[in-house]
Design a binder for this molecule. Structure first.
Ligand code: FES
Ligand SMILES: [Fe+2]
Length: 474
């Protein structure tokens, strides 16, 4: 078993455009870029980019979250044309494996049709419409359970009973219709449009930034999926800003720089939040380095908390550097990689990207969390949230099998998923808001929500991008 070595990154010292930001644009506490100046290792250039967004700041109609009409518009105009993460490639490793992906009324069979090809078939029999499959599985061919019409694994029509009885159809008419497929980072993406924007253009920023943190050489170590009693956008928006930490997650403030977070908008499809760990919130009185370390170990849910290394912070060292050193050693051991060149920020901070509309991968060299948010069928009042945790492994090691999906119902707490560790409790704090967000949006006399300028810029960005689809300004 050999160990992979991470090379030092290409770096830039200072963001070129940082001087363009007005002092009032940001929390006056220490910024992420100032903390990067003190990183113990060279920092990747992607993390030195600071964007300055100029987006509309009008209030947003709360009916976007509650109305069946808006949901319908979203399905017709947006979900029908965007790239959507359907599954991980390792979930369908063998020829004939298929995974069901559903969005609104659409149902797709994501199928490995040969060693190097994955197709997305519309899961609807061309005879009288029965879904061909109702759960994930493996097939040599797709035989419809109703009358037995059969398709080959590559989607071509194979046979039907009494073929003399449908002279009006030719075999070429009867191939299973397909959605477009793109593979990136070990994920399978689908697009329902006839002629979608190429994935490479759509996700160009994401592809560029994640070169340093490839997600394809990872395996899915955790996958929990929960039905949430709130619209998918309200649910997602609770996970792409750190502004709510002060009120909703006060236990993380001793080690989490909530208001110091950096928010970036890169193009129509990609945005990110970076929230520092090992930097205390400016909202609370000063804490000592050891208090910071102890709180982090107890409640963060994503540090090397089971470390047998000494977590006493030496008097000549910052808590942030000590945490980073522990994580470099622990994650390196976990991944069988030499992470000695990994910067502090890459092994510590919460670096969350969003690929419009609903794919939220965390970057960095830690067990990478991935969120996905989508409507629950056609119900505007509930959503399905997926949480995966991806682990790296050495090139020379065999890829471990992915875990099956652990499904939680609308009333099940995340804490029931013990594999999430302390994250479950943090998510349950978010769930303590979301059903009441949905209720309050319906009760609103104002009928609008108001978004803060900087810390909620990603939500404004999301709605600006959504408008392009809804208003058909593509
Ligand atoms: S509906 Fe599928 S074979 Fe009849
Ligand atoms: Fe939260």
């Amino acid at each position: 078993m050999s160990t992979d070595t991470l090379d030092p990154p290409k770096t830039t010292k200072k963001p070129a455009n940082i001087s363009q930001a007005k002092p009032t644009d940001r929390c006056p506490a220490i910024s992420y870029q100032e903390v990067l100046d003190t990183d113990s290792r060279p920092v990747p250039e992607e993390l030195r980019i600071v964007t300055i967004a100029d987006l509309p700041d009008e209030p947003i109609d709360s009916e976007r979250y509650t109305s069946a009409e808006f949901h319908k518009l979203e399905m017709q105009q947006m979900w029908s044309r965007v790239w959507q993460m359907a599954c991980r490639e390792e979930e369908i490793p063998n020829v004939g494996d298929y995974s069901l992906y559903e969005i609104g009324d659409s149902s797709l069979l994501i199928t490995r049709t040969d060693a190097n090809t994955i197709k997305a078939f519309h899961n609807s029999c061309l005879h009288r419409g029965r879904t061909l499959r109702d759960v994930d599985g493996h097939a040599k061919e797709f035989i419809c359970p109703f009358h037995g019409f059969t398709w080959n694994l590559d989607g071509t029509f194979k046979q039907a009973p009494c073929e003399w009885d449908f002279p009006q159809c030719t075999e070429s008419d009867f191939s299973l219709p397909e959605a477009h497929v793109a593979l990136w980072g070990g994920f399978v993406f689908i697009n329902l449009a006839d002629e979608p924007q190429p994935f490479d253009d759509y996700a160009a920023v994401l592809k560029q930034h994640f070169k340093r943190w490839p997600l394809d050489h990872c395996w899915k170590a955790v996958h929990v999926q929960k039905t949430v009693a709130a619209n998918w956008k309200a649910t997602m928006e609770a996970f792409i800003e750190s502004f709510h930490a002060m009120e909703t997650h006060p236990q993380i403030l001793p080690y989490s720089g909530d208001a110091n977070s950096q928010y970036d908008v890169f193009d129509e499809n990609v945005s990110r939040t970076i929230t520092m760990m090992g930097i205390q919130s400016p909202h609370i009185p000063d804490v000592s380095a050891q208090e910071m370390m102890d709180a982090l170990i107890e409640t963060s849910g994503r540090m090397a908390e089971d470390s047998d290394q000494d977590t006493s912070v030496p008097s000549n060292k910052s808590a942030r550097l000590h945490m980073a050193d522990i994580n470099r050693a622990e994650f390196g051991q976990l991944f069988n990689m030499d992470l000695s060149h990994a910067s502090d920020t890459e092994v510590l901070d919460a670096i969350l990207y969003n690929l419009f509309p609903n794919f939220v991968p965390w970057a960095g060299l830690n067990p990478n969390i991935v969120y996905r948010f989508r409507p629950n069928g056609n119900d505007p009042d509930s959503s399905i949230m997926d949480v995966m945790i991806l682990m790296r492994y050495a090139e020379s090691d065999p890829k471990p099998d992915p875990v099956p999906i652990h499904k939680l119902g609308i009333d099940d707490p995340w804490a029931n998923a013990e594999e999430l560790g302390a994250l479950g409790g943090i998510f349950d704090q978010d769930m303590g808001n979301l059903p009441y967000v949905q209720k309050g949006l319906k009760a609103s006399r104002k009928g609008m929500i108001t978004l803060w300028n900087y810390q909620e810029v990603r939500i404004r960005h999301f709605h600006t991008s959504l408008n392009r689809y809804i208003q058909d300004k593509m």
